[in-house]
Each structure stands twice: as C-alpha cells, then as structure tokens.
Write a protein that binds this ligand. Structure first.
Ligand SMILES: *Cc1c(COP(=O)(O)O)cnc(C)c1O
Length: 495
C-alpha cells in the first residue's frame, strides 16, 4: 500500500446522512416569514377539491441547516470530474471549463421560453444555426439536427433516416451489419427500427476488415454501423474501403461518433465516405455528465439524406432565422421543442472559446495521454491489441488471473486510492477488459498517481490477493453483493 498520507480518497470527514424522512421533528420549519396583514382565506373553500392534495403522512419537517447539510452530504458522496480523475472509457469524462456554465446561465439564454416568438429568439436560433455549421465543419458532414437528447437517440434518428431513405427508394432491406466491438446502443437502435442485426467479427488487430464487410454485404443490408475510433480505442484504418463495399451494393454507412475526442481537427468522418453520423456533445463538447443528466446527440447527414431530418430544421434567409417544419419526408419530431438547449449553449461556448487550433490540441493531447498510460502500464497489465491507441487504452486482467484477482477487484481497489474505476468488461470482445480514457484535461502528475495506484494494485495481486477481494475498504459503501442488490434491493440505509 502507498503511504496513507499521500493517498487520495481519505474518508475521515465524509459524512453519512440518514434518509430525509428519518430526520427533523414535527413543527420544525426551514423558513420564517414576518407576520402579514392580509385577510386570511381558507384554501379548502377557495379551491375545488381536485386541486387539493391529501395530507402527506410523515412529511419531513426540517430546519434550513438540516436540509442544506443533508443534500450537501449526499452531493459529497457523488464522485465527479470536479473532484478527481474519472477515467471511464468511452464516456470522455473530461473537465468542463466553468466559463461554459457561466455562458449557459446568462439570463438571456437560461430564461428564454420555447413558446416565445421567433422574432424575440433570433439570437438563440442564430447560435443553434452556427453550432450546426461548426459541427458539420468538424465532422465533414453536410446537414445537422441538434434535436436528439443523447447519443442513443441520435442513433435512433440516424437509423430512422436510413429506413426512410430505403422506403423512398422502394427497397425492402431488413439487415444491419455491426462489428462485434460495437457499443450496445448500436444493435438496440437497429432493432428498434425493425432491422435484424448481423454481427461482424473484428480481425486479430481489433479492426474491421473490408473483406469481412464485403462477404456479408448483400442487397438485404440497409446499412453498416461502425464506430471510429472503435471501442478498443483503435482507428479503423480502412473505412474508405469498407464504405465502398457497402455503397457498391446500395447500402448506407452509419458512424457512431460518440468518441470524436480523438479526431477533431485531424480527420473528418464525412471524408471517409460515411453517410450518417451522431456526435455526443456531452462527451466531446463540454457538458458535465455521468449522473444521467441532460445531454445532446446531434445527428449529421450527407445531402442525400437531408430531406429526412427530424423537424423542425433551422433555416437562415437573409439575416433572419426560423424554424421550419415543412419537410414532407421528415422522420418527424424527436424531442419537445428543440432538444436540450442548455447543452447546445455549452457546446457553442466551448467550440468558440477553443477555436480550430484549440480543438485540434484537444484531440492530440487526448491521444497523447491515452498512449502515455498505455505505455506506462503495458508491462504490468495485459494489452490485448498492441498498437498505438487513440483516445483510450484497453487492458485486461490476464496477468492477474493466476492470483485469482479479476478486473472487478482491480476496479474496486482503485476506489480506495481515490480514483473512479475505468469502464470494465467492455468491449465484450476483450475478456476482463479495463478501458481507460484519461482525456486531454488531466495533468501528467494526476496520471502518474493513477499509474502508481494501478501498479500498486498489481503488486498486491501477487503478495496479498485476499486484500483486494475486500476492497473498497475506505469508501462510505463497501463492496456490494451485486446479485442481492439486483434481486432484493434495499432502498433505505441503516446509519
Ligand atoms: C456513449 C456512447 C454511446 C451512447 O451515448 P448516450 O448519450 O449515452 O446515449 C453510443 N456509442 C458509443 C461508442 C458511446 O461511447
């Protein structure tokens, strides 16, 4: 074990908090108001009975300080990027500059109402229009919809457009090709659109072979969904050949661009022959995420698919911006109003403050950091695909197997060192995968501390493997019995 004093994640001043229903005392109140001099009316007689709720049994009654402490303590138990390194592969948990939060909370942007007239929201429409253009530029695509609320919804929108395009051409294609390294949302999106999924095996290098694609391509296949860089953090080098094999037989190519953090300013997905793409703004373009908060997964298409975009689309005529719902072949509306506007503001502020050079620096540093971690840990942990990675590095527990230490033990042990565990057991094609994505925002010192912790854990796997089975021991919650937690969830805590 590292010296306690240098370890992060000390728990001494972290507090438990009981359920709010277990706190307070009858009659206690969180506010006090001066006496008013208005005539009292009884709500029970002035409102109809449908508008009145029944009394709530055991409603908590707390002082202001008790409430503030309760929620602050809960918030402190929540690991965040603002607190420490969060190397959750495929999720791009980068630090989000606070200036973007400031911009998103400007009264003119946070207070705007979706039912306001177009005349009074020209600035918002202009911002969204320009964001569409920036994303099209970064990715090499033609037209954009910012509406989807997440990557998965962007995929759904994209695959619905593929289906609409095929229907328009009168083609009855019923299959979608997917590499075995794909993110789980890909087969789900295809299936939701009524497609049968055909899995393609990655080759020994962890890449998709144009030959494999060609062999499985037929007039029954509507599209191939690929991810680049793929979920092994590797760049699919033969995308052009792959796209050719699909296009030759009349299919379309969908690219999952959730991981754009490695490509900005370096390579454009559109130039590789891709027809549909989604981008996760909450990964690459600065939105705090991880707790299931709002996101945005814009979908981008080449010109021939533009008629199918979700409505409304943003138009610019002269100096005037408008929302246009008159798109007869559109797949329809996906999200109330125009998506998660606040996330779009953050992405806009991020892109404007970084500029083209800044975005390229982001990608270069994200790649550099991932390769730094890979090269420092490749002697200690097994690397299934030995080649330069892009934004993330995938390891496995193969070297620790002989000591009966698993990926789960390694991940849980990291919590005792103050680090959020990486993504584990994904991608599925790597047995016992540990998928580490440092992002560009981490310093060398932070990464060195993480590398030190990982090495320490590998040493302990040899010398005291039982201790790893106990971990985490320094967190507020110990290791859960995951089967019990799923089968018999215990939804309140004993303190
Ligand atoms: C995160 C991710 C998704 C899904 O995005 P959500 O916003 O979580 O729906 C899809 N594909 C890949 C490769 C991802 O990393």
């Amino acid at each position: 074990m590292q010296n306690k004093d240098t370890m992060e994640g000390r728990t001494g001043l972290n507090f438990q908090t009981p359920l709010i229903f277990e706190q307070g005392s009858q009659g206690r109140s969180g506010f006090s108001l001066p006496e008013d001099d208005l005539v009292e009316t009884n709500v029970k007689t002035s409102l109809d009975s449908n508008s009145l709720r029944a009394p709530i049994e055991g409603m908590p009654e707390l002082s202001e300080a008790e409430i503030v402490r309760h929620y602050t303590r809960l918030a402190q138990q929540n690991m965040s990027v603002d607190a420490n390194f969060y190397p959750l592969g495929s999720c791009t948990m980068k630090y989000n500059p606070k200036i973007n939060e400031d911009v998103a909370s400007l009264p003119g942007l946070s207070g705007v109402h979706p039912y306001q007239s177009e005349g009074s929201t020209q600035g918002c429409l202009q911002m969204m229009f320009e964001l569409e253009r920036y994303l099209a530029e970064v990715s090499g695509m033609d037209e954009v919809s910012l509406q989807p609320a997440a990557g998965a919804q962007g995929e759904l929108a994209g695959m619905l457009m593929v289906r609409a395009y095929m229907d328009k051409k009168g083609e009855k294609r019923h299959k979608v090709l997917l590499p075995d390294s794909a993110h789980g949302t890909n087969p789900a999106s295809s299936a939701l659109c009524g497609y049968e999924v055909v899995e393609l095996k990655s080759n020994s290098e962890g890449l998709l072979d144009p030959q494999t694609v060609a062999e499985n391509m037929s007039e029954d296949v509507a599209a191939l969904m690929l991810t680049n860089p793929n979920t092994l953090g590797l760049f699919e080098e033969q995308v052009k050949e792959i796209c050719r094999a699909i296009h030759e037989k009349g299919g379309l190519v969908y690219c999952d661009g959730a991981n754009l953090n490695a490509l900005m300013g370096i390579a454009k997905i559109g130039d590789m022959g891709v027809d549909v793409l989604h981008i996760n703004l909450h990964k690459t373009f600065s939105t705090p995420h991880g707790g299931g908060g709002p996101g945005a997964g814009p979908v981008l298409v080449k010109k021939e698919l533009a008629p199918f975009l979700p409505v409304p689309v943003i138009r610019k005529e002269g100096e005037r911006y408008s929302l246009n719902s008159n798109l007869p072949q559109s797949i329809g509306k996906l999200k109330s109003f125009y998506g998660n506007f606040g996330i779009l503001v953050r992405a806009y502020a991020y892109i404007r403050s970084m500029g083209p050079k800044g975005l390229k620096d982001v990608s270069e540093n994200a790649i550099l950091n991932a390769n730094y971690i890979r090269s420092k840990l490749q002697e200690t942990y097994h690397v299934p695909y030995k080649r330069t990675s892009l934004h993330e590095a995938v390891f496995s527990d193969k070297h620790q197997e002989e000591y009966h230490v698993s990926t789960l033990d390694i991940a849980k042990a990291l919590i005792d060192y103050g680090f959020h565990p990486p993504t584990i057991y994904f991608p599925l094609i790597v047995k016992g995968a540990l998928m580490i994505e440092p992002t560009e925002t981490e310093t060398k010192e932070t990464m060195d501390r993480f590398i030190g912790a990982m090495k320490d854990i590998a040493e302990r796997a040899k010398s005291e493997p039982e201790s790893l089975k106990e971990s985490p021991t320094r967190s507020l919650r110990r290791r859960l019995d995951e089967t019990m937690a799923a089968r018999k969830p215990k939804l309140c805590c004993d303190v």
